[in-house]
Design a protein around this ligand. Sequence first.
Ligand SMILES: [Zn+2]
Length: 348
Amino acid sequence: MSERIDALPSQPAPRWPVLGHERVTSTLTRALHAGQVHHAYLFAGPAGIGRTTLAYAFASALLCEAPLAERPCGHCRACERVARRVHPDVTRIALDAEPDDIKLISIDRIREFRASLSLRPLEGAWRVAIIDDAERLSRDAADALLKTLEEPPPYAVLLLIAEDTHALPETIRSRCQIFHLTPLPAHVIQEALSARGVSRERAKRIATLVRGRIAEAFRLVEDETALAGYEQRVGEVVAAMSEPLAAVGFARRLTEQYRRGKRAAVRKMLLLAAELWRDAVWLAADQAAPIVHEEARAALQALARRRGLAGTVAALEATLQSMADLEANVQARLALDALAVVWTEQSG
Ligand SMILES: [Zn+2]
């Protein structure tokens, strides 16, 4: 990582159409002002925290028609077209598939992209390519992309986006300037929601729930039932963690869903359970510990008191084990029934 360029006491950077990630936007602004734009960047971090938005904002800064110090201006023709995602010099490659589908970005897609990149920019000084889901490049596609990274056209800027940099070949990683993006602080999300007219109470609740994923926050604002559904799922899992009957019912429902092929939904519930158990572990160690699921603090505190540290750790481990078992195609019913038993053992 080489993003720690010392801040120059220059004029404040123009506001990028991005929430948070100030360290990245100011580093990229300085590179742009200094005429030191790299040919390839890698934005790494969890989905939903604004990685693609950041990539488009950088494209806007590169292609903006305003004087350098004012870019991205946000209202010139170029900025406006990047924002609408119709600028002819910005290409995006992505899977656009359900997370359950084990798909890869094909070599054909990268070949097509390399052909388009060989044409000079139509309007601006740069051609910007955004490659979403870069960890899903097929092996051949990655090799083809590497050729571009080794000898990029002078006007090309490639913006790769990935969850985990280590899922990418070292040959690709080493040719990118890497930015590790972190989830946005809750207060940034809360302020963004308030600025959109969401009530203080609701903004705070959503900001706590989404753990830095701004995209999820906007989804919950748009969709009333999504928030209610989320809270209902938390209640359902907490009940199953606390009571044997609820645990058995929970295991049965998940088994049934799994049989019907709804594996992503099952995984999502188990992931939520793992988060809640992790919170319980924190609380077993310290009743005042900050936790992710503040909304369930009282129930988790009671659970942590009853089971003690060893008991909550055992439940968390069993949850993670069941997720691994399902990935490994262990019979769902066995894995989930065993989980229900561990959850409701009155240990500690
Ligand atoms: Zn502009």
